[in-house]
Design a protein around this ligand. Structure first.
Ligand code: GLN
Length: 482
């Protein structure tokens, strides 16, 4: 089984110890052997993968390679990619082969990265367990009776199982950080507006951000350098000077002020999670960081605010799937109305329908002020909490999830599942960057992550702090036995 980090794979390619075709071949072999038990990849196309690898080898031979040329990567099924089925794990888009490519994917293709395939997710990125996929649940490589988390569960499982050195995910309310935590890998959700949303199938546009998922913070920094940047095709993309997100990797932690929000360290998280966080706190202190208690008093309000806003935006975004322009169309109908309603009834899964109904309700005349407008006000309060906290600290340490990965089939109560997003969704409401990194293991040997949250545009510092933790620990380098 290939065990390479992205950086190691890159070094092997550049020193010509391995070719891009050989490297892709190693991963394709591992995928063939282990994906049937995991269901992380939902679309593979060996010919396309090897063609990209051959092109990368030609570029390496010609001397025009970059650090990423020939390095394989997996894409969450939410990213449109020319010539690949881009289904967002929905029956609605099961027949959709994209005629264009998402900007973030194009950025990586331009560097010569090799597409291993498309990985599973909750349908339209709605969920926390990956069980809402039209293509069936992904299994956690640490214990296949458990979920990998969601919605980027396929991305997290593929990287954890070493079936890809890295993957792209997307995070609307925690979908990069929570599965990273559940699978023992590192995942970063950038500041809103840093990474283009063009070609990333929309769930809740004011919250959605793509981000890197890999074994290490260093690998995430390398990928962020390529995917971040202004894109005129995304109206909320931010025009800023290019940054080097690896610049703080070797910066010592001495003097760094870490805020510990008292609401997050109350009784919400289980014992294993608390213990893992205490280990991380000890590591940070050993390296000279200071900890300070901070408060995020509106934490509890972030769940209702998020589920109103995200559902409202989803109901609008998903109105485009009507069986006419693209997507699934019912085979039988008596008139136009019935064609719409049957196509949507057949094409969407139950969680997606639930969100569309909630969203349509909160946006409807007479309820708009009571729900949607109120939620927008709460959003502002939640964001303000973080600004107050960042007056006292540089970064915030928090759990990524209240527990390790649940057993498949145990998340049948939607409200209970929504409540488990308590540590991640406030970050999206506030548009902040945050990452999850491996921080230990629960009593049942499943991984647990710790979350670091920064103020807007502090990705370099966040990744640097995570890298320093990873230099002094080895949770991130442990892999499940398959
Ligand atoms: N679990 C959250 C939801 O279902 C977050 C999903 C996400 O970040 N895409 O909406």
């Amino acid at each position: 089984m290939p065990q390479y980090t992205l950086k190691q794979a890159s070094a092997l390619l550049q020193s010509k110890q391995i070719s891009a075709v050989e490297l892709a071949g190693e991963y394709l072999k591992a995928i063939a052997a282990h994906n049937p038990a995991l269901n992380a990849y939902i679309t593979l196309d060996e010919e396309k993968t090897l063609a990209e690898a051959r092109a990368a080898d030609a570029r390496i031979a010609a001397g025009s390679a970059t650090a990423l040329t020939g390095v394989p990567i997996a894409y969450k099924d939410i990213f449109c990619q020319t010539g690949w089925r881009s289904a967002c794990a929905s029956k609605m888009l099961d027949n959709f082969v994209s005629p264009y490519t998402a900007t973030v994917v194009q950025n990586l293709l331009d560097e010569g990265m090799v597409t291993l395939g498309r990985v599973n997710m909750d349908e339209f990125a709605m969920g926390s367990c990956n069980e809402n996929s039209y293509y069936g649940a992904t299994r956690n490589p640490w214990n296949t009776a458990h979920v990998p988390g969601g919605s980027s569960g396929g991305s997290a499982a593929a990287v954890a199982a070493r079936l890809a050195p890295a993957a792209l995910g997307s995070d609307t309310g925690g979908s990069i950080r929570q599965p990273a935590s559940h699978c023992g890998i590192t995942g970063l959700k950038p500041t809103y507006g840093t990474v283009s949303r063009f070609g990333m199938i929309a769930y809740a546009s004011s919250l959605d951000q793509a981000g890197p998922m890999a074994q290490t913070a260093e690998d995430c920094a390398i990928l962020l350098n390529t995917i971040a940047g202004f894109d005129e095709r995304d109206s909320t993309s931010i025009e800023r000077a290019k940054e080097d997100y690896t610049r703080d990797l070797n910066r010592p932690l001495k003097g760094l002020r870490i805020g510990l929000p008292k609401e997050y360290f109350a009784d919400g998280a289980d014992e294993g999670v608390q213990a893992a966080l205490q280990n991380t706190i000890a590591l940070l202190r050993e390296q000279g960081a200071q900890t300070v208690e901070v408060s995020l008093p509106q934490t509890a309000l972030s769940i209702p605010a998020y589920y109103v806003i995200a559902s409202a935006e989803a109901s609008t975004n998903l109105s485009r799937y009507d069986g006419v322009r693209y997507g699934h169309r019912a085979a039988q109908f008596a008139n136009l109305d019935e064609m719409y309603s049957r196509s949507r009834a057949e094409g969407f899964g139950s969680e997606v329908k639930r969100r569309i109904m909630i969203g349509t309700y909160v946006l409807s005349h007479g309820y708009y002020d009571a729900y949607y407008l109120k939620a927008q006000k709460l959003r502002r309060l939640v964001a303000q909490d973080f600004q107050t906290a960042f007056e006292q600290c540089d970064l915030i340490l928090a759990p990524a999830a209240p527990t390790a990965a649940p057993i498949i089939g145990s998340s049948s109560d939607p409200v209970q599942t929504y409540l488990s997003d308590i540590y991640t969704i406030a970050v999206n409401l506030a548009g902040l960057p945050a990452l999850s990194l491996p921080a230990g293991f629960a009593a049942n040997s499943l991984p647990i992550g710790a979350q670091l949250i920064g103020n807007h545009f502090t990705e370099a510092r966040l990744l640097g702090a995570a890298h320093q933790i990873q230099l002094a620990s080895d949770w991130h380098s442990q892999a499940p036995a398959l």
